[in-house]
Ligand binder design. Sequence first.
Ligand code: SF4
Length: 363
Amino acid sequence: MNFNGNLALLGPKALESWLAERGHPRFRARQLLRWIWKEGVLDPDAMSNLSKDFRHLLKTDARIVLPKILHAQESEDGTIKYLLQLEDGKTVETVWIPREDQGRVTVCVSTQVGCKMGCTFCLTAQQRVERDLEAGEIAGQLLALPNRKKITNVVLMGMGEPFDNYDNVMGALDLMTDGEALFLGTRRITVSTSGLVPAMRRFLSESKCRLAVSLNAPNDEIRNLIMPINKAYPLADLLGALREVKDKRFLVTFEYILIRDVNDRPEHARELVKLVKGIPCKMNLLLYNENPQIPFKRPEWERVDAFQKILNDSGMLSFIRTSRGRDISAACGQLASEHKRRDNSFKPPRLSPTLLEGVAAGE
Ligand code: SF4
């Protein structure tokens, strides 16, 4: 962890350690946690139950700074995409996704500035990997939003691969679930991975939060083309780790982005059914969100229907997730890319020749 004096970067355990090193008991950390994360109070002078000396320490030896909103774009469907600025000026995206019909507000948070996983359909992958977010910068995206008390669900599915920043993600989950902090139920938080298998195994043994796996292909050949992580951890390793889970309540969510002529054919659906057989799961089918920077296309509706029918006929639980916020380019990385383009620091992506051949050949 790169602590620089900003106490809002720290998870609960790190905050306790910082105070213990200065001779303060654990209950002080709990009080401070409550002021910052439950009450949203950042000024030590307004923390009325803290002693004068303790408030003086907070003002002289530390500071409390949250991410702040730099830009917001609201979609016709109520989705709001925020560009948040961190204390060092770096920016990340956070998306507010209301479902009034279901009484839910889900917020999608980022875990890194940029991402090194290199998924070829993703704009975030094209941005330089700048740094990991600290625990408080991940959870702080929730605190920075207006109407934060309406948040019912959180997905760690924004910019970055959560398990490439494991310790900070676990600290952020502590902040989100701690009764003195944001106090969300573990079953309302989903961590999504592209398939970093060793860290995923660790997560499965250490956390009660939900897991989503970004699958996106029915075989290694296609997955190698669109998700380079698959070369390090092929499908047999990834799915093998899920098959080992003994907990009877375990249910993994697979995300499958349907991309025209890449992974959306009936034979791909049949292969997918066989691939995940025996794993308690639900399959979220997402339609690729086109953007001018990447030459992939959304599939035709007929293909999507046919694909889902094959899954449903096999008895699999599958859902077609309609894209929220399409009119504001709410796919991962798009707002940050636009911001960088205005800054002239964005480099348009180049797809590898192998991938383009694969797409052209309809592999
Ligand atoms: S899809 Fe996720 S893991 Fe893949 S490059 Fe984009 S942010 Fe990273």
